[in-house]
Write a protein that binds this ligand. Structure first.
Ligand SMILES: [Zn+2]
Length: 408
C-alpha cells in the first residue's frame, strides 16, 4: 500500500513541540540555541531514533537526518525547516515544515517503503534571527553566504556568542557546514498571510520570494540633562528614533501593495531617567517583490534619515548588514507540487513569499521549492497562529507525494 501521512500523529507531534517553551497565551518561545530550543531538538531526535536514520550535525548546529536509498550514488532529496521561534511565537511557523518532513519519513517507515535516492530531513539553526542576527543563519552559513567564523562570533543582547550558545546547548556538531550534494530541496511552511484562507485555496505554490534588505541604524546625539538643557540645544537620539520609526513606516506605505518596511528592535543609551538619550540603535528592514522597488525604498529611507539627522544635528549611521532574495524557485519542482496537490483534489495557487525562509539560501545550491498551507486569519509570529489539523495534513501529504516521485 502507498504510504500516507497520519494526520493525528502529525498534529500530536506539532502540539508536543509547542509545549516546549510555552507562553501563557498558548504560543511558544524557543529562541535559537536556548535550553528550550535544545529540548525541542532532543525530542525531535528521539522521534527519529526508531526510523533507521543517520544523524549528522554541523558546526552551526544544523541537524541532518538521512535515510539511505537503494542507489548510494544518488543525490538526496532534502526537506525540512526550523524549530526555533520568535519571542511571541506560534505553534506552526517552521515547526510544521520539520514535522511534516518527519511525518514523511514515518509514513515511509511504516510501510517499509524504499526510495532510490537517499532522503535528508533538516532542522536549520536560528532561522528567525530573533536572538542572533541575521535571520536564516544556519542555512546562510551552509549555503556559503556567510563565513562560519563570522557567525560564531555574533553575540546576543546579553553578550553570549553563537559559539558559546552552540556549546552550552550541546548543538555544536563536528561537520563543516557545506553543501551535501542534494538533488533538490523542498520546504513546507504555513503561509503566514491571509491569501489562501481568503481564496479558499488548500495549497500555495511559492514561485518566488520578495527582496529584503536589513539595516542596523545607529543614531548618535549628545547626552544632556533633561531639565536645564534648552529644547533647541538638544541632540536627542531617542526623539530622532521616534521620527525614524515613522519614516520607515511611511516608506512602506508609499510602496503598497507589495512594499513592506518595519522598525522592530530598539536599544537606547544611557536609557536613564533624567538624561536626554545620546545613542539609540534600531533594526529595520525594507522589502518588495521587485528589487528595483526595494532599492527605491532604501533610497527614500536614506533621504528621510538624512533629513532627520540634519534637522536635529545628529548622526545616523546606516549599516546594511544582510539581505535575501529575490529568489525564483524551480519551476519544475513547483509544477510537481501543483500536480501532486491536484492529484489529491486539492486547490492550488501561485504565491510570492514575503517572509524570509531557509529555502531562499538553499535555492542557491540546488533546485528548490516551497509549499504553503493556510494560516487562519493570516496571523503569525503570534500565539494565535493557527492552521487546522486537516490543513497541515494536506500539506504534509503533498510533500510526501512529491518526495516519493522525486526519490523514485
Ligand atoms: Zn518560518
Amino acid at each position: 500500500m502507498t504510504p500516507t501521512i497520519d494526520p493525528d500523529r502529525l498534529w500530536q507531534s506539532i502540539m508536543a513541540i509547542a509545549a516546549i517553551g510555552p507562553t501563557p497565551d498558548g504560543g511558544s518561545c524557543r529562541l535559537a540555541l536556548t535550553p528550550q530550543d535544545a529540548a525541542a531538538r532532543t525530542l525531535f531526535r528521539q522521534w527519529c531514533a526508531p526510523l533507521d536514520l543517520h544523524f549528522e550535525q554541523d558546526a552551526i548546529g544544523n541537524m541532518f537526518l538521512r535515510r539511505e536509498g537503494t542507489d548510494p550514488a544518488a543525490g538526496a532529496v532534502a526537506f525540512g525547516s526550523h524549530l526555533d521561534t520568535v519571542p511571541t511565537g506560534g505553534r506552526f511557523d517552521g515547526v510544521f515544515g520539520v514535522l511534516a518532513g518527519l511525518e514523511v519519513l514515518r509514513a515511509l517507515h511504516d510501510k517499509g517503503w524504499r526510495t532510490r535516492t537517499p532522503l535528508e530531513l533538516v532542522n536549520w539553526t536560528n532561522e528567525e534571527g530573533s536572538r542572533y542576527r541575521p535571520a536564516m543563519m544556519g542555512s546562510r552559513v551552509f549555503a556559503g553566504d556567510m563565513e562560519l567564523e563570522t557567525a560564531l562570533a555574533i553575540t546576543d543582547d546579553a553578550g553570549v556568542s553563537v559559539a558559546q550558545a552552540l556549546k552550552d546547548s550541546g548543538q555544536a556538531g563536528p561537520l563543516t557546514p557545506s553543501q551535501r550534494g542534494w538533488a533538490c530541496w523542498l520546504e513546507a511552511h504555513i503561509e503566514q498571510g491571509p491569501v489562501l484562507e481568503a481564496t479558499a485555496t488548500d495549497i500555495g505554490i511559492v514561485t518566488e520570494t520578495m527582496h529584503a534588505r536589513y539595516f542596523q541604524l545607529t543614531i548618535i546625539g549628545e547626552p544632556s540633562h533633561v531639565g536645564p538643557t534648552a529644547m533647541d540645544r538638544r541632540r536627542d537620539s531617542l526623539a530622532a528614533a521616534a521620527e525614524t520609526i515613522l519614516a520607515v513606516e511611511r516608506v512602506a506605505l508609499a510602496a503598497e501593495p507589495n512594499g513592506r518596511a518595519s522598525a522592530t528592535w530598539i536599544e537606547n543609551y544611557p536609557n536613564a531617567r533624567g538624561n536626554v538619550s545620546n545613542i539609540t540603535r534600531l533594526h529595520c528592514d525594507v522589502r518588495h517583490n521587485r528589487p528595483d522597488r526595494t532599492i527605491a525604498m532604501e533610497a527614500a529611507l536614506r533621504e528621510a534619515l538624512a533629513g532627520i539627522a540634519a534637522r536635529r544635528q545628529l548622526r545616523i549611521d546606516i549599516d546594511p548588514y544582510a539581505s535575501f532574495g529575490p529568489v525564483v524557485f524551480d519551476t519544475a519542482l513547483g509544477a510537481l507540487l501543483r500536480r501532486k496537490a491536484e492529484d489529491r483534489q486539492l486547490s492550488t495557487c501561485d504565491m510570492i513569499a514575503a517572509a524570509g525562509h531557509d529555502s531562499v539560501l538553499i535555492a542557491k545550491l540546488c533546485p528548490s521549492a516551497m509549499l504553503f498551507v493556510p494560516s487562519v486569519d493570516g496571523i503569525t509570529h503570534n500565539p494565535k497562529e493557527y492552521s487546522t489539523k486537516e490543513q497541515v495534513a494536506r500539506g504534509a501529504q503533498v510533500l510526501l507525494d512529491a518526495v516519493m516521485e522525486l526519490a523514485a
